[in-house]
Design a protein around this ligand. Sequence first.
Ligand code: PLP
Length: 353
Amino acid sequence: MQRIREKVGLAPLICAPVKADAYGHGAVPMARAAIDAGASYLAVASVDEGAELRSAGIGVPILVLSLPLPEELVSAARLGLSLLLGDEDMVKEAAFAAEQAGEKLAVHLKIDTGMGRVGCRPEAASTLAAYITSFPSLVYAGTATHLSVADSRVLEDIRYTKKQLSLFTKSIESIRVAGFDPGIVHAANSGAVLLHGDACFDLVRPGILLYGYSPVEHPPITVEPVMELITRIVLIKTMRRGEAVSYGRTWTASEDTRIATIPVGYGDGLPRGLSGNFSVCIQRRLYPLVGRICMDQCMIDLGNDTDIRRWDEVTIFGGKARSAAELAAKLCTIPYEIMCNINKRVPRVYAYL
Ligand SMILES: *Cc1c(COP(=O)(O)O)cnc(C)c1O
């Protein structure tokens, strides 16, 4: 949060995305930590995620980034969530739901400037602004867009982002010209915070950066992974040359060796695709995973290192181990997915520094 604040300057508000259980870190504790560190908004994907934060007593404005279903709108209004909407049908539904709930519902007008996901066309923005404003149960609180390649340093992508930003600024201008206040204007995700200072407007929504990963290579601010996946050795045994480990017997000991079992598997969200292609950290040294990752367990080859003991701590990623980004690269994915997939069987333990 502090480094993001230094990067964006004093003006923009910071919205902390805590969707998908705060990228797997636990929505409520991460939301509280972000607020303590200066976030004034939170963002979630669904009304249910917003409800979880409200139940925990969190009162700051919460943006719902994805489109809710019509039947969720009354709850959204009761919970005081802010919706990002980009079409008249949803605006109308939201207005009726807010009336039914007897609450004012905050709406941010979402403009699709090139993400190709949700939002109205830039040329429809001022008409939609007028439409939102026409309902007394709605508050036209902000205007937003989302950038699809803001984290890229490829020239064509930089141009694409500039084009998205110019479409966005023109839409904002058209809303003002039509006599409406666009409210809080926002566009920047982590990539834009790092590479596009002109995308910061009134509020920024950096997600992955808050969790210590950069979507950009060689980021201009230092990032340190927040999540460490830690377990302990539950058994060590000596395997003889020629003996096989795990399902499918894909790995066989080429000489006598010590094999440790750890109680983590794909049932916790450790991708099975990493079988035989990944190392974990024990006492500052890296040891390879051998054989297939099972649902609840996997095995590590300790070689002849006799100083590693049963019950020793094993870091699977983060901290001194490989980062979730290195792990993601092996699977042609991004650290976002690795962290989101660490599921609720894994207890979260929070260490505040
Ligand atoms: C997830 C999301 C963000 C945050 O993206 P990061 O790449 O994690 O910074 C921002 N805005 C919207 C609309 C999103 O869906």
